[in-house]
Design a protein around this ligand. Sequence first.
Ligand SMILES: [Cu+2]
Length: 463
Amino acid sequence: MFNRRSLLAGSTLASLAAVSKAALASLPEPVIQTSPDTQAPLVPPNGRPYNPVVTLNGWTAPWRMTDGVKEFHLVAEPVVREMAPGFKAHLWGYNGQSPGPTIEVVEGDRVRLYVTNRLPEATTMHWHGQRLPNGMDGVSGLTQPPIPPGKTWVYEFVARRPGTFMYHPHADEMVQMAMGMMGLWITHPKAKHPHIATVDRDYAFLLNAYDIEPGSATPKVMTMLDFNLWSWNSRIFPGIAPLVARQGDRVRIRIGNLTMTNHPIHIHGHEFEVTGTDGGPVPRTARWPEVTTDIAVGQMRQVEFIADEEGDWAFHCHKAHHTMNAMGHAVPTMLGVDASALEDKIRKLVPGYMAMGHAGMHEMTEMHMAGPANTAPMMAGDGPFGAIGMGGMFSVLKVRHGLKRGDYSDPGWFQHPAGTVAREVGEAPPAATAPHTPVAPGDVDVTVRKPQGHGGRGGNDHH
Ligand SMILES: [Cu+2]
């Protein structure tokens, strides 16, 4: 598009005629995404069919078929990414968003990828996990010179392995990945595969992290570990869309980690199996059930389960600090400290000062403190029972019966059947019959009484 326009603006008719039709048509128009919302899956308009993925708060890149080759056009450029309602970050990404669009192809497809660099510095594109000719691997200095600003380069190879992959620069990657340059690549199997199931819902997202001072918009690129925004596809809860499933659906979730630390990803109410990595599908005989799987840096994990329990199930990173937003961690522990007298004294010096944390920090979930303009909500997601004390790498798996196939719209909060919600006890609990005596590990204390009316195992079997 921009090519044609600049040609028309700067050329005479004669020189335009001198440009062959093939040259004019050589670049597919880049498609720019302006919305941070989850886009409907892209049912393949041409080529071989497959059940498309849903990229959480993302989208799939459209392609053009040219002589049997799938052609994509990625534009590396500065973007404004809404990370949560009311909070916009100035990142680098592709085609209008960070992460870039998901590339979705079929095993055996020949793929041609145009990469235009609209950044202020050189970049490359590395196709993480792919089998490809060495010169298409995108490592600056090793397999190609970097792509200078303003230039368009082309990569071409056959998608040889089915699976979940990623793309990102291999040029100044510390800066460029801290700024959000990354995307997903899905290669669907070309036929029925013994270790790849057919699923009803297929979700994908990348783990990423940013260090953005409250009130500012640009990440600090020198941060190595102390990030303050832990995100999925450059979104933080409550900005992360729910994962919706019809009761009984087989659900696949593909998760890639391009942060600087590992993330134990945890599901509530279900068990999953890791069915694939960026190395390929896991043989069925090598799988075991889990409710948490750790995803190390540079890894992809593909998990699958049957969504057979109705409800709103938390789905999150199990590192507690990764389900918080924009928080300074250089804060003393105030548990058990009576700061009320101190508070009065400090208020004389600092009007509005608030002592916090002497009984824990849950109060902060309900405060909705006004931060500087353009600050991420700390943990201000509201649920049906009040504030959800989570932010960052957190979302909700919403399982409902009777949803339509392919309906990904948010069904609202779960309506619990009567008598199935935890509640306050109406009267004083009965006196404990067996005081809990901690048993040191290794102690063999067979004299501990079993609790009354408990059909459990031996008395030493403390929970
Ligand atoms: Cu984490």
